[in-house]
Design a protein around this ligand. Sequence first.
Ligand SMILES: [Zn+2]
Length: 341
Amino acid sequence: MKKIAAVLTATAFLFTCGSALAKENKNTALQNIKDRSKRTVRIKKANQTKHSTTQKDERKKEERKNTAVEIRLGQLKNGKRIIKTISLEDYLRNVVPKECPPTWNENALKAQAVAARTFALKNIGRHGGEGFDLCDSTHCQLYDESSHTPATDRVVAATRGEVITYGGQLINAVFHTDSGGMTEGSAEVWGAAAPYLAPVREQKQNTSPWTKKIHLDSFAKTLGLKEATKTELSPLTVGKKAADRSASGRVRTVKIHGKASDKKSAETVKTITGGEMRKLFALPSTLFDIKIVGAEVVFTGYGAGHGVGMSQNGMNELSKNMDYRAILAFYYKGTKTEKRY
Ligand SMILES: [Zn+2]
């Protein structure tokens, strides 16, 4: 009995001691946590200060860099290449009125100014091999030093430093005259897909149909055929995909039946891409139908330009009741407008 009582006492002692020890350990641990958290807060604060100083420095550095951005502009004058260096903002004052009518409303002009600034910054050095950055033709952006107007000067100044970004990076802000109702994915035109250059359907089609007629003989000759007898292409519906049309309805390929230009004049079928067709016959776009009518080949279509990115006619329509930032986000999916300087 005594033995049992002793064991119980010892257990109680151990238990008491254990509990006190646990309490003491707990207190020490709590103190340690407090000390550690104090230290962590101190370190965090120090890091934050360091971090925000670094961020501030980086921002200042970038601001200085962007504010001082200069463009080596390669202008073609009387067949001669003249290179001059100008500030990015001055360059834009003479690009915006050339790229869209200066009579368009403020939202449309601002959308154009921000897209043109982003395009220029993203494409600096495009003509590096020729000793300049950007040319003054549609290849880069149209520029004419006598084109600036008070309205376009105002929008360039009002959007100063604003650019379009995707995931924090400058986008390739390509644009074109008229989408014909739906823009084209970049992969269809240039083979490289960009998430922000996906096809976009316009709610209201702001386009005019076009027609182009080519003499049948001249058409066949241009394609290296003796004779063209039949065209093969799915009928056009804007926004309807087919085996020979992209999601926007633009022509991927057309088949031309005819006779080969060799001695045998054998029956042949030529497959031509929409892009080749556009280039060969100077068509406004690849959003077209084709028919042989009598001695003529008749192209009927919509839109003007490659169709990728922002449509200028479309954004002019949207600008009647949409802010320029919303217009840019409509055409360049998933992007933001940011002020960089
Ligand atoms: Zn160029």
